[in-house]
Write a protein that binds this ligand. Structure first.
Ligand code: FAD
Length: 291
């Protein structure tokens, strides 16, 4: 969606997908399950750091210029047990607000592709492959580097209004207020299961960890929380980092943009800008590449 928004100012865009906004959430795609918070974090390359900074600037701009976008600014308590201060590379960053793109028109078309070449008949100039972990099984992508990481959170009623994050390396604990009287509590990173059912042991463990960190705001027992929902989703990661790449295959010009793992909202606008640059390079070969 972010790439479509970036491209739709200058191009005709059709969003082709099996799962579309407004559909009931399923484990088949990641975006409906996200806490949707922006917290800067580790990057596997300088390009990824740049994408995070660009995404932050864009979210900051939206929060100021378009409050109706639902993007809100919130105080963050961001604790890292295993990092030195120098490793927190984003600590002094403040955004320079410059518009990336206005959201223009885009149309939607539901298709379940078994390969990207199934889309050839659509008559497009460039295909952007933003299929998340779909890139593991699409016959002409088969990206074995895709890393599927299960996440589980619960949504509770609470007036807690700061974003809390404690990353201890192997596990991380967070509370993401939605500023509507509900808070998302997490989390886990699981690579050994893709089970879509709620794991109640994980719920109890999250409740205990949250209580340990925020004892004045959340009780230790799950039964004492005002629980209103659970989120179970798969983060579409990649072991070697986000894939932003051009490829020509079976007569199609393709721009790959996927692999944000737990950072689709953290990297989104930056990934979109990088992907849009590659699209322009395809369309205008003399287009200057500045990634
Ligand atoms: C519990 C949980 C909490 C999270 N919290 C946060 C957070 O706080 N902040 C954050 O930044 N990120 C968070 N994330 C991560 C975030 O959800 C993902 O990084 C992001 O949603 C990935 O978006 P995507 O568009 O790449 O993939 P997806 O949302 O999975 O979209 C992929 C699209 O491709 C389509 N597709 C795939 N295969 C095919 C095919 N074969 N044919 C046709 N269409 C296909 C799908 O239908 C879908 O429309 C969280 C994730 C989880 C699970």
């Amino acid at each position: 969606m972010a790439t479509a928004a970036a491209l739709s100012r200058n191009h005709e865009v059709t969003i082709v997908a099996k799962n579309l906004p407004g559909d009931a959430p399923t484990i088949e795609w990641a975006s409906p399950w996200a806490g949707a918070s922006f917290i800067a974090g580790s990057c596997s390359s300088l390009q990824e750091a740049k994408m995070q900074l660009e995404a932050f600037a864009e979210l900051w701009r939206l929060s100021i210029e378009h409050p109706e976008s639902s993007v809100k600014r919130i105080l963050i308590e961001d604790l890292h047990d295993n990092k030195t201060e120098d490793e927190v590379w984003w600590k002094d960053f403040m955004p320079e607000v410059s518009p990336l793109a206005r959201i223009g028109d885009a149309s939607f078309k539901r298709m379940n592709l078994s390969s990207l070449s199934d889309a050839c008949s659509l008559g497009h100039d460039v295909l952007v492959n933003a299929t998340g972990f779909g890139s593991l099984t699409l016959a002409d992508v088969l990206d074995e580097d895709v890393d599927m990481v299960r996440g589980q959170t619960m949504v509770v009623r609470s007036d807690y209004n700061k974003l809390f994050m404690r990353d201890s390396g192997d596990r991380y604990t967070y509370a993401i207020p939605r500023l509507d009287g509900t808070v998302v509590l997490g989390g886990v990173r699981q690579r050994d299961t893709l089970d879509s059912k709620v794991d109640w042991d994980i719920c109890r463990d999250i409740a205990q960890r949250i209580h340990k960190n925020l004892p004045d705001h959340f009780p230790a027992e799950m039964s004492d929380l005002q629980n209103i929902g659970h989120n179970v989703g798969i983060r579409p990661g990649r072991r070697s980092g986000i894939r932003i790449e051009k490829e020509e295959k079976n007569g199609q010009k393709i721009v790959h943009v996927y692999g944000a793992a737990g950072g689709g909202y953290i990297f989104g606008a930056g990934m979109a800008r990088a992907a849009a640059t590659l699209v322009e390079e395809f369309l205008t070969p003399s287009f200057p590449a500045k990634l």
